[in-house]
Design a protein around this ligand. Structure first.
Ligand code: ATR
Length: 281
């Protein structure tokens, strides 16, 4: 029968994850299914989760709005998921459900796959723009890897302070306003845009202006609708190396598949295919 994986969340009709995992099954030669299990009513959540326990499925992804709500149903939590207070991947190991969060580590992998030297120098200066769930995941993954300088800029500075509290001893973090970030933009080697600003249909927007940028740094945007956001266009105009957001989807899925099956499946050529699918939307 093979592996039984599911995706739960709402809305998930347009999720790209089933396509990604279908490719992973083909590439790994493992048998299995990955199906969408939409839970539109929060009131049904507990019952639907108990049904999944009874079915003994092997693993599942969990997305908005249930990433926190799943935690009381789990037996164990991975350290990053615990820090984040949010789970996107659950594995069933002999009836024990363990929760992970692969978003931040997946994001790191996407950078490593694009920039071969990335990660060797832990003293690079990193700026995270935004302080929502995505920023939290990325911050935790970077601190786990002992990057030394990670600043956070956000419209609401208190949310950035909350994330900074998750830092380990190896990391120093400064909190900035968006205006301050704009002014000190040339202090950074890697700039990561984690908010929804610039997403379709408001594609003319950008969280900050990169007009003052004059260094060939890496600029990354986790928005992938459109692939090349206004923010990335400004980065390109400043001769920065740009990194597209959709690759985070690919690598968080690769890591989930690895947690479930023990196999790290190659993502070769999937980036381009995924781009075509997303551009067709
Ligand atoms: P997610 O969990 O997907 O990261 P989120 O928790 O809604 O999404 O986080 C959204 C982030 O985008 C926050 O940092 C938010 O800033 P605030 O904390 O000040 O709300 C930021 N954001 C969203 N819209 C914004 C806008 N128009 N200008 C500036 N920041 C914005």
């Amino acid at each position: 029968m093979g592996f039984q994986f599911e995706l739960i969340g709402f809305p998930i009709k347009h999720s790209i994850s089933p396509w990604i995992h279908e490719q992973f099954f083909k590439r790994s030669k493992l048998q299995g299914t990955y199906i969408k299990n939409e839970i539109d009513l929060e009131a049904d959540f507990a019952e639907r989760i108990m049904n999944m326990k009874a079915k003994e499925i092997d693993g599942f992804n969990i997305t908005v709005p249930y990433k926190q709500k799943i935690i009381p149903f789990l037996d164990e939590l991975d350290v990053i998921a615990q820090k984040m207070g949010a789970v996107n991947t659950v594995v069933n190991r002999n009836g024990i459900w363990k929760g992970y969060n692969t978003d931040g580590r997946g994001y790191l992998r996407s950078l490593e796959s694009k920039f071969s030297n990335f990660g060797h120098d832990k003293s690079i200066r990193i700026l995270i723009l935004g302080a929502g769930g995505a920023a939290r995941g990325i911050f935790c993954a970077f601190t786990e890897e002992r990057f030394m300088h990670i600043d956070i800029a956000n419209r609401t500075m208190a949310s950035a302070e909350d994330i900074a509290m998750l830092a380990t001893d190896d990391t120093t973090t400064k909190i900035l306003s968006l205006e301050e970030a704009e002014q000190s933009i040339n202090q950074y080697d890697l700039i990561i845009q984690t908010t929804s600003v610039g997403m379709k249909p408001r594609t003319d927007q950008s969280i900050i202006s990169l007009e003052g940028l004059n260094k060939p740094v890496i600029v990354s945007d986790i928005v992938y609708q459109p692939l090349k956001t206004n923010f990335l266009m400004q980065a390109e105009a400043a001769c920065a190396q740009i990194h597209f957001g959709h690759t985070m989807l690919l690598y968080q899925a690769q890591l989930a598949f690895e947690i479930w099956t023990g196999q790290r499946v190659s993502t070769e050529n999937m980036d381009e295919e995924l781009q075509l699918i997303l551009e067709g939307r």
